[in-house]
Design a protein around this ligand. Sequence first.
Ligand code: ACO
Ligand code: LMR
Length: 604
Amino acid sequence: MAQLFTKDTQSIFWNNNTSAIQRMLDYDFVIGRKTPSVAAIVAPTGDSKFQNFFWGGDEVMVPLFKNTAEARKAFPKADVLLNFASFRTAYDVTMEALEIGGFKTIMITAEGIPERLARGMNAVARAKNVTVIGPATVGAIAPGAFKIANIGGTIENIINSKLHRAGSCGLVTRSGGLFNELSNIIAINADGIAEGVAIGGDRFVGSVFIDNLLRMQDNPEVKYMLLLGEVGGTEEYKVIDAIKSGRITKPIIAWCIGTIAKHYSSGVQFGHAGASANAERETAEAKNKAMSDAGIFVPSSFNDLPNKIAEVYGKLKAEGVIAEIVEPVINAIPSVRKSKNFICTISDDRGDEATYAGFPISSVATPDTGKGIGDVISLLWFKKQYPVWATQFIETVIKTVADHGPAVSGAHNAKVTARAGKSVVESLVTGLLTIGPRFGGAIDGAAEHFKYAHDNNLSPAEFLNHMKKLGIPIPGIGHRIKSLRNPDLRVVGLKKFAAEHFPSTPLLDYALTVEQLTTSKKDNLILNVDGTIGILMVDMWRALGYSEEEINEFISSGTLNAFFIAGRTIGFIGHVLDEKRLAMPMYRHPMDDILYQVDMAEEI
Ligand code: ACO
Ligand code: LMR
């Protein structure tokens, strides 16, 4: 690929460096990118799932992942890794990314990675054809397309330096500070840059001058190149060789800084680890002379560099190699921005008609739409359009658990409350509040424990032992009145539905082997309605292609009990309305039904 980045390039940002990422997204917005240049963030220690960023005056959510592999899996098109790990971790992060694969470019910001490690890392990257920018760099930019983190500075500076749109110079420097300085000089004396890379100041950096210049030679957007070398090293000679061999034909302007070094008696190391001459050939003077001899445009001093740029640019423009740039319209970032307090990802009431996960209510509400409650639940709870067998299963569950008579704890509570003169909603919630691990709320627990046992290949006996050690009754097993002799026909119905419509039911099949063992001990230890629902929901989600992590998350967030809550709400309301219809008086429990054993309190 001749171009390092395009307007579609997306990156994975390692470390939740919010200010640098915000700068990237501000740049994206200003230049009119459609998608944020940061697709995902790797934040190994954070607990959040996403981070909000401004997108112009609005906001976008960028997902957070615990590790690079997960981020990469979720965003296979994001082929740039921006490694903002500290120098202690940056090597491991890069090596892991190279192992995972799929990254075309890896930029490493950390300074001071041990040189032995940096050399090894760069060699692996080179063998895998991955462009490494850095270590010890501010990165790179393809103006008007993609900008890494802080390169170019503030938005004001970027626009002043014409870094918001492509020009015609290919710029390569070691230093990030001088990169910004040169961008500005090029903007003043020419038409800006087409692509720029600060390769980094460490002695052993990944991509070197020649790698970047060869790519720019092949990039039709680049009409001429500017190389800012430094005292120390021999990389500039590789560029000279490429000119001599005819591999590089585009005009190059170059200057090697550090000519002052000759005024010092011993070898001086300048700011960068690599900026120190170990031989005559490595001095800035020698390199400037050799480059000039090879036909590179070398100014007489750094101060003369702007004139050289104006001269080469003017010549190429006169020759028609460089055309006049039509300045693009840019988006302005509002000066006052306020981050949102709430986020909603399921429904939207801002248009003419509210939507459920993108579907207008009218498209699911009436019978002619062919949609039912199962569809509405799949949209609002899961933000997905489930297939018919799955939405019908959800509806079957809701209808199956709608009521189980007045004697069950929740209905009883709701009835007592209604008789105390409370409203429908007050009575309803007292009923709902009884839903828990013993009554109706064992569905998540059943899914969790049976899934664990199945995932870990526990035999039914091992599973029972495991639960005994945990000291809790197996959720989803046992019923007060239902037993082998008095089977729960709701369970029979759900199993029948699954047999007829589910592609397969591995967890149910396993649960039935557990039930065989528990009922052999006591015949009411059947797989109850809660257990059957929890287990079949896991089978449903697996068949729908959810990952184990996603299913575990549904379970831990209490999604499964919600099916019972939704269904039983119908029944509780029925009982409350029944009480009101019958105008029942306040209830008082008969005293003869209570064992009173109240001792005189002891004095302490
Ligand atoms: N796992 C293992 N052993 C159990 C279980 C279980 N889930 N349930 C009962 N037992 C055992 C008890 O330890 C007890 O053993 P023991 O006789 O050796 O002491 C025996 O069975 C009877 O226990 P009880 O608590 O008297 O059983 P009961 O019939 O009263 O309990 C209940 C019914 C509360 C549903 C119970 O089975 C249970 O807690 N199950 C797990 C929770 C659950 O699934 N609840 C949802 C029920 S369905 C619904 O509410 C819609
Ligand atoms: C229910 O659905 O409420 C029950 O299974 C509990 C019961 O005791 O009937």
